[in-house]
Design a binder for this molecule. Structure first.
Ligand code: G6C
Length: 343
């Protein structure tokens, strides 16, 4: 995408995020990554009269795995202080799950993460309709006490919901201290620390992130009292187990967030298999009617598990019930207020 068009979509984003004259915005990058994002956001912000600057951290060596929560900001408290003093941070490095992100949000700075390729950002612009749909889902989720997920492949798992908030992701953010991720379009929460039990069968066509692959043969997870006690299957199960063992951290077997996708512009089939081809698979997390469970940390919800070992697994064809009321039935959104226009 040329820089002019990139600036235009960033302008749309900043307007949707309520940016106005005199606000202080910082764009955060590291190394040589996404410097064009900083240029595009700065040009867009200046057009809205915001005060902008670009904070560029040194490069970090590739980790060999997706280690969430570990960022270059950890050794730079003075940089964190500067970010806390801003009205809005545009995070082009991915700070989610880090204590620094939590401290910045707690200080009232709103945060927008943007790390996907510009073409994906352009295809999945934030809209008012998406926000309304996701907020409706978030309201229902915040009131629910039990989530049950089933599938024709044998998934039957229950999450007790008495502890953690419902988090909405609709790809823009205009409230102090609120985080969002462009692109997105889903809701999630976490089960009670000892309150997730049952079986999840990840079926062919479901997606493993960060491996960025479509599963070919089923992976069966047994979950007891909030912890994975067994993972079995064929090659794909071996891959997951081997990846998780690489972290040498038993807390990777915890249950992270869980929810469902609501973005009709996100397509299941459009992921390019391979590791992080320029982004982190947000289209796969957001596709309409997916049910996504995740393993590992729950600290972004306020929980105690801050392991760096995190997998997100969007699944097709599942049913998801809140207190026995269907939200998703066989991969289709079942509530009128959450249905996209094409339904
Ligand atoms: O936007 C995101 C990205 C990753 C994740 O685990 C949750 N939400």
């Amino acid at each position: 995408m040329d820089q002019f068009s990139f600036t235009e979509i960033c302008l749309h984003q900043l307007k949707m995020s309520g940016v106005h004259e005199g606000e202080k915005l910082i764009v955060l990058t590291q190394g040589n990554e996404r410097l064009d994002y900083a240029d595009a956001f700065m040009a867009a912000g200046l057009r809205l009269g915001a005060k902008m600057y670009h904070m560029r951290l040194p490069p970090v060596p590739p980790a060999g795995a997706w280690a969430v929560g570990q960022t270059g900001l950890a050794s730079m408290p003075e940089a964190v202080e500067a970010l806390k003093a801003a009205d809005m941070l545009i995070d082009c490095i991915f700070l989610l799950f880090s204590p620094e992100q939590m401290a910045i949000q707690a200080a009232g700075t709103r945060i927008l993460t943007a790390v996907e390729p510009p073409e994906v950002l352009a295809r999945m612009l934030p809209t008012k309709e998406l926000r309304e749909r996701v907020e409706f889902a978030g309201d229902l989720l915040s009131k629910a006490k039990v989530m049950r997920i089933t599938s024709p492949h044998g998934t039957d798992v229950t999450y007790k919901l008495n502890t953690y908030p419902a988090i909405t992701e609709y790809a823009c953010t205009d409230e102090p201290g609120r985080w969002d991720h462009w692109p997105s379009g889903f809701v999630f929460t976490g089960g009670d620390d000892d309150g997730v039990d049952g079986t999840i069968v990840v079926a062919p066509g479901d997606i493993l992130l960060p491996q960025n692959i479509y599963v070919r043969d089923p992976i069966t997870y047994t979950i007891e009292k909030g912890w994975i006690t067994d993972i079995r299957g064929g090659l794909d199960a071996d891959l997951v187990k081997s990846y998780m063992e690489g972290f040498n951290d038993p807390r990777g077997m915890g249950m992270s967030h869980v929810g469902w996708g609501l973005n009709q512009n996100a397509k299941w089939h459009r992921m390019v298999p391979g590791e992080f081809p320029g982004g982190m698979g947000m289209e796969a997390r957001s596709f309409y009617g997916n049910v996504m469970f995740s393993t590992g940390p729950n600290n972004e919800l306020g929980g105690p598990n801050d392991t760096a070992c995190h997998l997100d697994i969007p699944m097709r064809g599942c049913s998801l019930f809140l207190d026995d009321e269907p939200m998703v039935l066989d991969g289709k959104i079942a509530v009128k207020e959450m249905q996209a226009k094409f339904d």
